[in-house]
Design a protein around this ligand. Structure first.
Ligand code: B4P
Length: 188
């Protein structure tokens, strides 16, 4: 299965992607995690990305897409993947379409997670990552509206919207229903 997870910061993309990746048996590929790994290892890409992460800005499309293209070319992504946090802009979505077309594959679904702003701010303040200050969270959310919400238009017909408020388990159950999968797959 080839899935995208789209949603504002703190919607639980990473949380749900980890669970779904186990259930569906496909790798969880998070651009945020890939960047933080590069930052932690102080690679040239990490040094470039850190400036944007620390400011709550999107890392430039070219850098992000090169990284994703490389990751999708690895053997474990051949039979499917769960992309978490990519694409976040329309040019990234166009680039992903080209990467998939070159490999002769298509997406199965795009999961959109939604939740009210105050719920998300509270969650992220509780998490406390360096980019989780209230100002940065609200800034990242504005960027999400301006640059990422238009991405959904690129995937008309494929988008399944799920309300991401409630327990982690309830949200996973809603996602499985939205994907047309029996809830029993989660206990296999
Ligand atoms: P990401 O790493 O994608 O992070 P996120 O959007 O902040 O969080 P996510 O929605 O995954 O929330 P999570 O499950 O962790 O992006 C970070 C930065 O990387 C971006 O700002 C940008 O700079 C850069 N970046 C990434 N992708 C990019 C791209 N494609 N292009 C350009 N730049 C890019 O959950 C958050 C918290 O809520 C956790 O503490 C979790 O435990 C909690 N939580 C989750 N579900 C919950 C629930 N149901 N109830 C209560 N708490 C819950």
């Amino acid at each position: 299965m080839r899935l995208l997870l789209i949603g504002p910061p703190g919607a639980g993309k990473g949380t749900q992607a980890e669970i779904l990746s186990r259930i569906l048996g496909v790798p969880h590929i998070s651009t945020g995690d890939l960047f933080r790994d590069q930052v932690g290892r102080r690679t040239p890409l990490g040094r470039e990305a850190a400036r944007f992460l620390d400011a709550g800005e999107l890392v430039p499309d070219r850098v992000t897409t090169d990284m994703v293209r490389h990751r999708l070319g690895e053997p474990d992504a051949e039979r499917g993947f769960l992309l978490d946090g990519y694409p976040r802009t329309v040019p990234q979505a166009q680039a992903l379409s080209s990467v998939l077309a070159a490999g002769g594959t298509t997406l199965d679904a795009v999961l959109e997670l939604t939740a009210p702003e105050d719920v998300l701010v509270d969650r992220l303040l509780a998490r406390g990552r360096p980019d989780d200050t209230e100002d940065l969270v609200r800034h990242r959310r504005r960027i999400h509206h301006r640059r990422t919400v238009p991405v959904l238009g690129h995937y008309a017909g494929l988008v399944r919207t799920v309300e991401a408020v409630g327990t982690v388990e309830d949200i996973t159950a809603r996602i499985l229903t939205a994907l047309g999968l029996p809830e029993s797959v989660s206990t296999r």
